[in-house]
Design a protein around this ligand. Structure first.
Ligand code: SF4
Length: 493
């Protein structure tokens, strides 16, 4: 197990901590082999079209804690994502019947002179001012490239203001330049939460932590049947709720790419067992995951009954959907673990997976347990994926590949990628609710969504006819991995 160290203000970037990479081309089974045998090499790109930032993924979790605030210690340009999370905040509150509050995110607006004279005093002023205006239960200070480079002692400021204001003021170190893997920002946010918010357990409860994004509440019924209660974290939770997650009976990860650090931290520090099976995508995936849940919660008999009745309910329907989807092929692009889950779902429904562009790869998660390897599970259960590309949203690669592979369907996890399929006339859907495909019902949900999307073929072709790609014929005829070197790199694609 990689040791979680709460005495350090910062969590190490994934590249260093887990050996994660952002460049690879080969087969999924080669990637699994390299990961298991410590042979994984990053294939660097000599040209990169875009990058994500850890500050945004940290904000993705911290900004939706309902009674906390976030102060971004940064130039105001780094706050470009505030509007997105304010929108998610409002939408999620409406869906969950929560009191309506605007997202409370602030920027210290670092300027040129701050880079010369330092900006710790400016940060102190901002913290006091925000406290006066908003009176939050906790504050998170997210850092930026600028605050990191000028060397402001954000941890010292946060500690001093915690003393003064008598609320947790937590530094969250998420400078974009420190990691090419933007999911490092999730780890930074969770590190800040576990260090400064979570309290040691006073008792054990019947709650089960669900580390998720903003998905539907699909665990209420299942856990209710087992005598447990789902506690969805971190988005839309409160500071009080987070203080007690150390008392839970177990932790479920909807996606280990998101929750690897928090799941391992709660287990290592407070003994909350993490469900380590890959999440329940596909029938066999759901069976494995359910049995692991039953073992951890000591509800094996009840789980076997649920598995039996769910098989009886969904397997005949899935056979019908397989018939309808016979001969269809798909390409997908998504974050790591969720992408692996989509591979399992597509294969479960009998689609040919022509390839995948997955944003990064973690050879192991923080629990260091190979049993949690979602890609290995997808490969061993459903077979290999020939054209497996680790690609941190390089659209130029994706367009080139889609233009060659011409799948019947594309599945995208992030909104910006959907347009790539549509512009090429490929029916494409965005899957932004990771709970949608989870469990037995998830396979049915996916089948229906796929059929619905395939029906848009005429519309999508028409759309493509009236669209222009920014890429030239020259690029579309190149090897899509022309700018990817080293590692397992298919030069003769
Ligand atoms: S990469 Fe650096 S400058 Fe850009 S948004 Fe992230 S923290 Fe700000």
């Amino acid at each position: 197990m990689s040791k979680i160290n709460l005495s350090e203000p910062e969590v190490q970037a994934r590249e260093k901590r887990l050996g994660s990479i952002t460049g690879f081309i080969g087969t999924a089974s080669q990637l699994v082999h390299c990961s298991r045998n410590k042979e994984l090499e990053d294939a660097p790109r000599s040209f990169s079209q875009c990058m994500g930032c850890s500050s945004s993924t940290a904000l993705c979790q911290l900004s939706l804690i309902q009674d906390a605030v976030v102060i971004n210690h940064a130039p105001v340009g780094c706050s470009g994502d505030f509007a997105k999370f304010d929108f998610l905040n409002i939408v999620g509150q409406v869906e969950r019947n929560l009191p309506k509050t605007q997202g409370r995110y602030f920027s210290t607006n670092l300027e040129e002179k701050d880079t010369v004279f330092g900006a710790s005093e400016k940060l102190e002023f901002a913290i006091r001012e925000v406290y006066k205006r908003v009176n939050p239960r906790a504050m998170f200070i997210t850092t930026s490239c600028v605050s990191g480079i000028i060397g402001d002692d954000v941890e010292a400021v946060a500690n001093a203001l915690t003393e003064e204001l008598k609320i947790p003021v937590a530094a969250c170190f998420c400078e974009g330049f420190k990691s090419r893997i933007w999911t490092t920002g999730f780890d930074s946010a969770f590190h800040a939460i576990v260090r400064k918010i979570v309290k040691p357990p006073q008792k054990k409860t019947n709650k089960v932590n669900i580390i998720n994004f903003f998905g539907s509440h699909i665990f209420d019924e299942l856990l209710g049947r087992l005598g447990y209660q789902a506690d969805y974290i971190v988005p839309y939770s409160t500071v009080t709720q987070l203080e007690h997650i150390s008392e839970a009976a177990a932790t479920i990860q909807i996606c280990p790419t998101l929750g690897t650090y928090l799941g391992a931290a709660l287990e290592q520090i407070y003994g909350v067992p993490e469900i380590k099976s890959p999440p329940a995508y596909g029938i066999k995936g759901a069976d494995n995951w359910m049995r692991e849940l039953g073992r951890v919660l000591q509800k094996q008999e009840e789980i076997e009954e649920i598995i039996k009745s769910e098989h009886e309910r969904v397997i005949p329907k899935i056979s019908e959907y397989r018939e309808k989807l016979k001969g269809k092929s798909a390409y997908l692009t998504a974050g790591a673990a969720h992408g692996h889950a989509i591979i399992a779902l597509l294969r479960e429904l009998g689609l040919e997976v022509k390839g995948a562009a997955i944003f990064h790869h973690d050879p192991l998660y923080d629990n260091q347990d190979p049993a949690s390897d979602v890609l290995a599970h997808a490969v061993h259960t459903y077979g290999d994926v020939k054209n497996y590309n680790v690609c941190n949203k390089q659209t130029f690669e994706l367009i080139n590949i889609l233009n060659r592979e011409k799948p019947d369907l594309m599945v995208a996890r992030h909104p910006g990628m959907v347009i790539c399929g549509a512009k090429l006339g490929i029916p494409t859907f965005l899957m932004d609710d990771e709970q949608f495909g989870f469990g037995y019902q998830g396979v049915i949900n996916y089948a229906e969504k796929i059929l619905e999307t395939l029906d848009t073929i005429e519309f999508t072709k028409n759309l493509a006819k009236h669209s222009r790609l920014p890429y030239t014929k020259w690029w579309l005829e190149q090897n899509p991995f022309k700018y990817l070197g080293g590692g397992y790199c298919a030069k003769n694609y």
